[in-house]
Design a binder for this molecule. Structure first.
Ligand SMILES: [Fe+2]
Ligand SMILES: [Fe+2]
Length: 275
């Protein structure tokens, strides 16, 4: 449910970024085939679910950082991420509504909360590894993907929604790298190697979430008219998502992780990243 209590005034102010946000452009449903509308509503519902997951993860991550006595500026920045992610869920819900779907908040299993958070404990390793996996891998790479989806979208409403989300996502990965810098460089080599293996697994999980890895023929196959119609509604096809992903991993993610002292070994098919 959205706007269910008297606090809706507070929530709406934040969704509208205290008057700074552009109002949502109108959308003419009749201008699109029914099948495309249904697939697009589905695609935006999936995005809503990943944004909701970001609310859950960024909020407990903020609480965990507070319990690890992280500097207040880190907490302030992560508090902003929580607010951003709640707004993103609302923006996705507006898209699902406009496309004729029924936006739903997921009710699946949630990631467990770590207990006994003390500096240099195994729980600190778990929390900071989770933070690096979520912010430096998922958030950082999804900002690149949102940017590409924005470039490909033709309709005004998805361009607005993607713009609202991307303006925040562009910072979230960077916040993750700053937070990691507070902990990781002081870790033993053994811990950093363990973290590197975690990060490699997260990168593979992100690739799967985008629909990869794809056989080489699929990456080169021409796009069907329905796939093109969905891209115009803000939903990129797996080959396009993966091209951005491979380029982002090789060109940006790996050098940043190495700079933090995380010895990742990621073999990215560079031929695919510049196709
Ligand atoms: Fe988000
Ligand atoms: Fe985010």
């Amino acid at each position: 449910m959205r706007d269910a209590t008297r606090l809706k005034v507070v929530h709406r102010q934040r969704v509208l970024r205290h008057g700074d946000a552009e109002p949502a452009p109108s959308f003419v449903r009749g201008a699109h085939p029914t099948r495309v509308l249904a697939s697009a509503a589905d695609g935006w519902q999936r995005l809503l679910e990943t944004e909701y997951e970001s609310v859950v993860i960024s909020s407990w991550m903020t609480a965990a950082l507070a319990r690890l006595a992280a500097p207040l500026d880190l907490l302030g920045a992560f508090g902003r991420v929580v607010e951003d992610e709640i707004r993103h869920v609302d923006v996705c819900a507006q898209m699902v509504d406009a496309l004729g779907g029924q936006p739903l908040v997921p009710s699946g299993a949630l990631p467990p909360l770590p207990g006994g958070l003390e500096r240099d404990s195994e729980s600190e390793f778990e929390t900071v590894s989770g933070l690096v996996g979520f912010f430096c891998v998922f958030e950082f790479l999804s900002a690149l993907v949102f940017h590409q989806a924005l470039e490909a979208a033709a309709d005004e409403l998805p361009r607005w929604a993607l713009g609202e989300i991307h303006r925040d996502e562009a910072f979230h990965g960077a916040f993750g790298f700053e937070a990691a810098r507070h902990f990781v460089p002081a870790w033993s080599e053994d811990r950093r190697v363990r973290l590197a293996r975690r990060v490699e697994a997260e990168v593979a999980r992100f690739e799967q979430r985008l629909g990869g890895p794809l056989p080489a023929e699929a990456a080169l196959a021409p796009l069907s008219p329905e796939v093109t119609a969905l891209e115009q509604l803000g939903l990129l096809s797996p080959p396009h998502l993966l091209t951005t992903f491979y380029a982002g991993v090789a060109g940006q993610l790996v050098p940043r992780l190495l700079e933090l002292g995380i010895p990742v070994e990621l073999k990215v098919d560079l031929a695919r990243s510049d196709s």
